[in-house]
Design a binder for this molecule. Sequence first.
Ligand code: GLN
Length: 475
Amino acid sequence: MKKFISFEEIKKLLEKKQTSCQAIVSHYLHNIQTKAHLNAFVEVYGQSALKRAEEIDEKLANGNAGKLAGMVIGIKDVLCYQGHESTASSKILKGYQAQFTATAIQRLIDQDAIIIGRLNCDEFGMGSSNENSAHGKVRNALDENRVPGGSSGGSAVAVQANLCTASLGTDTGGSVRQPAAFTGVIGMKPTYSRVSRWGLIAYASSFDTIGIFSHTVKDNALIMEIIAGHDEFDSTSSRKPIFPYSQLLHFEKKTKVAYLKEALESPALQPEIKKNTVAVLEKLKEEGHEVEQISFPLLDYILPTYYILTTAEASSNLSRFDGVKYGYRTPNAHNLESMYKKTRSEGFGEEVKRRIMLGTFVLSASYYDAYFTKAQKVRRMIKDFTEDLLSDFDYIIMPTTPTSAFKFGEHRDDPVAMYLEDLFTVQASVSGVPAISIPNGSDQNGMPIGLQIMSNSFKEAELYAFSHYLKDLTL
Ligand code: GLN
């Protein structure tokens, strides 16, 4: 029996006293156990979640429970939760205990959400298939021979397989939207700076965002209104007002939508994904919305720009993992220099090392201008183009990914083929605008297809409302 799929439903059951937080947590713990082979969770906080459920049941009885009482949440293993291990799915952080709690998690706890465990991901968020994890790969619950997407693969599968109500992931270049598309759930990346990054283990700081997986747009919007907003611990977090997104889902107006010619005509795009995307655009036209094709000649430059800038930032961010301050230290060193070298050689996985080397290269004195400075200029062009387009149009629609979930090992020997999976998601990341992936039918193998919608910065309310409306037009 499918139970407790959305928080909306959980809330109703709690109000009618037909269930309790303890029953909900027990239900999820049971599911986690029976689906352990999916490898979504790397740690389950079973006892503390049950204890917390008991406390919240009492609060519910007393009428003083928070807005998220009854919601059970999993957190990606790149977010710090005080007193708990946090490893970024890397051997180099094995055994590291978080000293403080990420602001996003704290805000959920303050509203009585229950944190049920820590979710598998690609090491330091680097990957598109969850095959780069020190905890092993995560399986897609719809076809266990296929990837769940990455890097937040565990967060996606935890929601897909009903192991929790919703989950937190992070999205630097698509790590929430792409796995959401591959698993058939909703995945939202907010505007850069909308949600505090305090307590998020950095990958590429000028791109990193905390995002949300859920079954419904309303649940997603509710979590966003709680975790978003300024935070004194993250000076880059925005002071712009936040709105009660979950109560602003009503959508009536006629809207202007753009789609990008180069994206829909991309040779990398799986034909069924193109077909389903076009079907939605056609329905929007039938409903009287303005839908226009726009040419985006910069599409081919987005991926190189993204990979130059993010590897540069990663090489700098990851220099702190040296065997002195955190986690793993090699037992095989004979002096300080060999301790550094061996710790990093043994502690980081292959993909992370590849990116550190690439990033160090593009930042090196002789190549800095040719790569890093140029990529920053191209980033500005992409950002300007995207923002201008989004002031003429309310939304940009495109597929979330060029392909649906692929089989394990398919891109193992070709990192560039793997990077191509991010073709459509990186535009929002390079530009900083919010973007959401919602399910849009499935392919001939029954694997889900995602539809991506972008809006201009800080227009999360509009983006949620439109996505809510779109769920009746998608396949
Ligand atoms: N797949 C992309 C990468 O490997 C995106 C990762 C992410 O958003 N964390 O960089």
